[in-house]
Structures are given as C-alpha cells and as structure tokens.
Design a protein around this ligand. Sequence first.
Ligand SMILES: *[C@@H]1O[C@H](CO)[C@@H](O)[C@H](O)[C@H]1NC(C)=O
Ligand SMILES: *[C@@H]1O[C@H](CO)[C@@H](O)[C@H](O)[C@H]1NC(C)=O
Length: 457
Amino acid sequence: MDALCKQAMPDLLLLLLAVIPDKLSVLPAAPSAPKPPLRSRGAVPASPLQLTLWESQDLQLTCAVSSQTPQHVHLSVSFGLSAPDASRDVQPLQEVIAVRRDFAVEAGERFAERHRAQELSLAKTGDRRYQMVLGWLRPEDAGIYHCVAGEWIQDPDGSWQQIAEKRVVLAQVTVRTVASQLAASASPAKVRVGSGEALELLCNASGLQAAPLPHIVYSLGWEVSQGSEGEGRLVARLDPGGALVLGDSYANRDVGRRHVSLQKLASPLGSYQLRIESAQPSDVGSYRCVVWAFVRSPGDKLREVASVRSEALTVDMKSEAVVLEATAWLPSATIYRGDTAEVRCNVSVEATQDIALALSWWVELPDEGPTSHGVLLASVSREGVADLASRPSGGAVSVDKASPTSHRLRLHGVQPSDEGKYHCAVTAWVRYPDLSWYKAGSAKSNMVTVYPYTLGE
Ligand SMILES: *[C@@H]1O[C@H](CO)[C@@H](O)[C@H](O)[C@H]1NC(C)=O
Ligand SMILES: *[C@@H]1O[C@H](CO)[C@@H](O)[C@H](O)[C@H]1NC(C)=O
C-alpha cells in the first residue's frame, strides 16, 4: 500500500496541478490606500508608477498578494530591483527583501547589511498587503522595483512545491542626490589685507535649506592653499553640531590660539562669514569654502555623501619682510682652564613690526661626526624665559645680555671637554593683536671655536 502510494505520487501531483486554476493575484498597492486591491487578473499597468525621491528619504512600496486557491497554500513575497534602463523581461532581478513561504524574512545579498542596520524592513500590513521600507535611500537604489509572489502547496509527504509565480512592476524609482543640490560660492574674489588687520570672507552655501531631508546633516568650512600646494588645509569649519573646529595651524604651541570665527549670518540666507581677527603673512593664499553633507545612520554614524568647493578667492598682503642676522664672537682671544668662558651673539633685526626674539646656544664637539646638529646648551624663549641644559663637561652655564643687541653665554669653570664649535640660532616672532604669534624669520650664526688652554701652555 505504502509503495503503491509513493509510486502514484507524481501522477497525483500532476492531476492536482491540472485541477488548480490560476488563482494567484499580485498587484502594486498604494501604501496607505484603505480599499482592497482590484481582483482583475493580470492587470499590469502599462507604465509603472514613477517615484522620485531624495537620497536619505524612505522608499515605501506595497504589494498586494492574494490567492483564491481552495487548497491550503502558503505565499512567498519577494521585492526585487532591476536596473533603471534595462528591459524588464531580460534584466535579472536582484532581491531586496523577501518573506519566504515559511514566513521567514530575508534580505538579498546586496541588501543584507542594510537589513541588519535596520535601514530596510518588510512587514505584512494587512490581509494581503506586504510593505517594504527601504530607508536612508542611496543613489544606487534607483531602478525598477518588482514584486514577485509565489504560491506553495504541501505534498502529502510534507515537502513543499511551488505551484504558481507572478511578478508585477511596482515602481520606477529615481534617486536625486544631495550632491546635485549643493553649491557654494565665495566672495570677495580678491582681498588685500594689512598685517594685523581683520580678514573677512563670505561663503554663500545653497542647497542646504531647500527641503530638510531626514538624516542629512551639513558641515561648512574654509580651506586655504599656498603656491602649488594641491590640497587645501583647513582654516576652520563648523561641524554638524555647530561647533567650531580650527585647523591645526591655527591653534598650536607655536602660534598660540588665533582668533578665527565662522558664523552663520542672519541674512542673506545661507551666508557664513569667516573672520580672522589679525591677519598674518601666513594667511596669504587661495581660499575655498567647502560644504560637506553627511547621512546619519540608524547607528548614529556619519557617512559623507557629498562635498562641494567654491571657486578660489585670493588673499594677499603687503610684504613686511623681517631681516635677521646673528654673529657669534669671542670677547677674549685666549681662554684658560678653570676660567669663565664667554661666547657672544650679536643679533640685528630690521622689521616694521615689534619683534620678540627667541635665542638658542649650540655646541658641536670635535669628536662628533659632520652630520651632527650639535648639542643644545641653553635657550631663551620669545617670552624671555631661559632654559639651561647641561654642558658636555657637566659644568654650569648661564645666559644674559651684554647689551640690547648682544647676547652672552657663559661657561663657568671651563674644562678641556668643553672644547668645540659654538654658535647661536635666533628666531623672530611677531605678536598679533589677538595675542597669536607669527614666525617672521630665523637665522643661524657663524661658528666660533672655544679651546681651553692649560695655564702656562
Ligand atoms: C547664493 O547662491 C545662490 C545659488 O548659487 C544664488 O541664487 C544666490 O543669489 C546667492 N546669494 C547671494 C547672497 O549671493
Ligand atoms: C657686537 O655688539 C657690540 C655692541 O653691543 C659691539 O661692541 C661689538 O663690536 C659687536 N661685535 C660684532 C662682532 O659685531
């Protein structure tokens, strides 16, 4: 009996298929239309629904699937995507997301990550309605969306057979990119500032306020480049939260913290003003305003989706060159062991601004190779603070000024191991009204040789 039954199965199945009429219906449905879908069989609209959405918006598509088959059947519903320009008969479908005949919801390979990130979902929203929501829409999501319904029947041996499949076009989706919207322009085209004066530049950013898009945030800033330098370096930017971020060269140990502000102006709309309180010669260059757009993911991460740079505007400055010179010399021709040896450094400065000098003293020992830069003995900062290092012989050093332009290094109780070539190095710093610093020049003196004689030699 058992064997007979199994043998008879294929015929039975054929018979079954033959008597099941085509009762599967699959139709596009408006996402929130309350009335049930039409029952008209195979009524595929001649041209599919055209949808144009912005990058980052949600794409919601609903497919109504029903079966009039009298037998107990299970349905599977799959949402697929094909390229926008391909004929839909030959174009293979890429699965977006599907509910299988066992009710499991699975995303296609290309969309699995977004399903995990909760940007993509599929839910049964009514008797026959299946709604796919693809959020945080990306440009590559453009194309023709289809709904494929399958009808499954369980054989007496427990296995499932698909007895019908139907496919319908839901919509042709076009995605407008944020990048296509953004524009930035900068003014004035040319600026000439005096050293220490305020530098003001204006950026007109458009495409930001057009329609507030979900999950899109913006950042706006300025970059400067000098000479043939390709990449601009950041001057300042407003991060998506509105906080000001200064570029590395505007806030550091050397320059202090320069007074740079970047503000959104009340009018005209979309205007942002960059203001550098006290312009320095280092501010000369080509400036561009940059607008960045980011998408904030469900996990709160920012992903850059677009950036646009304005045309460059030039900033130049009347040159205010600083001429700096340093000369090392020994006031006494002969130095004996145990004496206090003196090395002098005369510094001459020609500058239109007030200058603060920083000075350092170096020695190169006779047994050091030619590649040696020498040993730092002492330094005096631009604020006038002395920092004394130790001498090769271990003895004490001191520094002071013999006259306003002549600096002095003293080696107390000089030893044979102090023998070497000595020089000084000097840096001219300009202090700006905003209390920031600018390195206007630096110079290295000649070398003088200190040779401690033994008494009576
Ligand atoms: C800003 O730019 C937009 C588009 O580029 C332009 O229509 C608008 O007139 C500009 N506004 C100002 C104040 O320059
Ligand atoms: C250094 O300056 C002093 C005056 O401060 C001067 O007497 C001396 O001759 C100068 N030495 C050199 C080498 O320029």
